[in-house]
Design a protein around this ligand. Structure first.
Ligand code: GMT
Length: 364
């Protein structure tokens, strides 16, 4: 395919959608496309020296406004920069408010592609404050994509669009087994259980601590909670109440999560809602089997060959699944299969090719 001039729009912070968009932008740029990434800050996962050109979206504030007008400001910069840079297609990640902002900037004549990530459909997308403009914008786009089949079904119900399903990718060079680093995080003889997220209530981090306390009654183990967010205090309180605080490590977010993930024995996800579960995919690529709640798109990712699925809220079942995997003589086999599966099914080359196919169609 000839080199394209592309604009991608992303949230720059600690969210899966921003990570997916940034990594896609970087891969496309390294393939020779001219990629401009629009965000309010330089995305934290954009590698230094990346050929992606970062375009800042300013948030001008005037006392007459009740707050900074992100949507309008993004629309303005997209319209101006697309003309100046000769962009051929704009691809937004996370529909709110990116789809509406792009619609405002270009109307219907310009090739727009929107990727839906999760709460932009299920939560914010259903908010009456955002639903109408988002639905109009998505319906006017040349294409929408969703990161799982479950999310695509939800988007069809919510907005009447039929997104193409493109699962997220993982870089297998970066996310690989690193058992030699386990000693940095766990004592000799301890199992290392890991959770990584933005600790929003939806992630149910206190449930992970409760299940861990049950596991600790049976085996020597340490829980590493990687990230930060609103539920950190509650997770700490629950750990203290259950007497496991000395065995829980709170690790701040890092731009190199692969160095921690690859050291773990198991990855834990207990979300009440999850369209995909990017961190779980990164764990699988790192050769770390996953125990997760069977919600949203997670069953499309976590199969019995690479982990265990548990009903939401079944903490007893959750602890049993962890103990079963830790005791399994097949644990090394599970690790190998987890990595092989992630590399085969979610390789960046495969996923980027799927996005390029969508671009090609959108460009007509
Ligand atoms: O939708 C969200 O809650 C935010 C979004 C993000 O920016 O972190 O997360 C979603 O997108 C990720 C990347 O595609 C997925 O891995 C997450 O599963 C998804 N989160 C939820 O569905 C809760």
């Amino acid at each position: 395919m000839r080199g394209l001039r592309l604009g991608l729009v992303a949230y720059p912070g600690l969210g899966g959608s921003g990570i997916v968009a940034t990594e896609l932008a970087d891969r496309l740029a390294r393939m020779g496309h001219r990629v401009h990434l629009f965000a309010t800050e330089r995305p934290f996962r954009l590698p230094p020296g990346s050929p992606v050109r970062y375009v800042p979206v300013d948030l001008p504030f005037y006392p007459v406004f009740p707050g900074p007008l992100y949507t309008l400001s993004l629309a303005g910069v997209l319209e101006r920069e697309a003309a100046r840079l000769g962009l051929e297609l704009v691809h937004t990640h996370y529909a709110i408010p990116h789809a509406a902002a792009a619609y405002l900037a270009f109307g219907e004549g310009f090739p727009l592609v929107h990727t839906l990530h999760g709460t932009d459909v299920s939560l914010l997308g259903m908010d009456p404050a955002f639903h109408g403009p988002t639905k109009r914008a998505l319906r006017a786009a040349r294409a929408t994509t969703a990161v799982s089949r479950a999310l695509a079904r939800e988007a069809e119900r919510a907005f009447g669009v039929r997104p193409a399903v493109i699962h997220n990718a993982v870089d297998p060079e970066r996310f690989r087994p690193r058992p030699e680093r386990k000693g940095l995080y766990a004592e000799e003889g301890e199992w290392l259980l890991l959770h990584a997220s933005n600790f929003r209530p939806i992630k149910r981090v206190p449930d992970i601590v409760r299940a861990f306390a049950k596991v600790r009654r049976k085996v020597e183990a340490r829980l590493l909670l990687l990230g930060k967010g609103p539920e950190e205090g509650e997770a700490r309180r629950v750990a203290e109440e259950l007497g496991v605080l000395p065995f829980v490590t709170f690790h701040p977010p890092t731009p190199r999560p692969e160095e921690v993930l690859g050291a773990a024995d198991l990855f834990l996800l207990a979300s009440e809602e999850e369209s995909f579960g990017q961190a779980a995919l990164e764990a699988l690529a790192s050769g770390v089997p996953v125990v997760a709640t069977a919600v949203g798109g997670v069953p499309e990712l976590v199969t019995p060959e690479v982990g265990r699925l548990v009903e939401l809220g079944d903490l007893e079942g959750y602890a049993e699944a962890i103990l079963e995997l830790l005791a399994s003589p097949d644990l090394p086999g599970l690790r190998r299969r987890a990595r092989a599966y992630a590399v085969a099914e979610f390789h960046p080359e495969r996923i980027t090719g799927q996005y390029l196919g969508v671009y090609e169609e959108a460009l007509g």
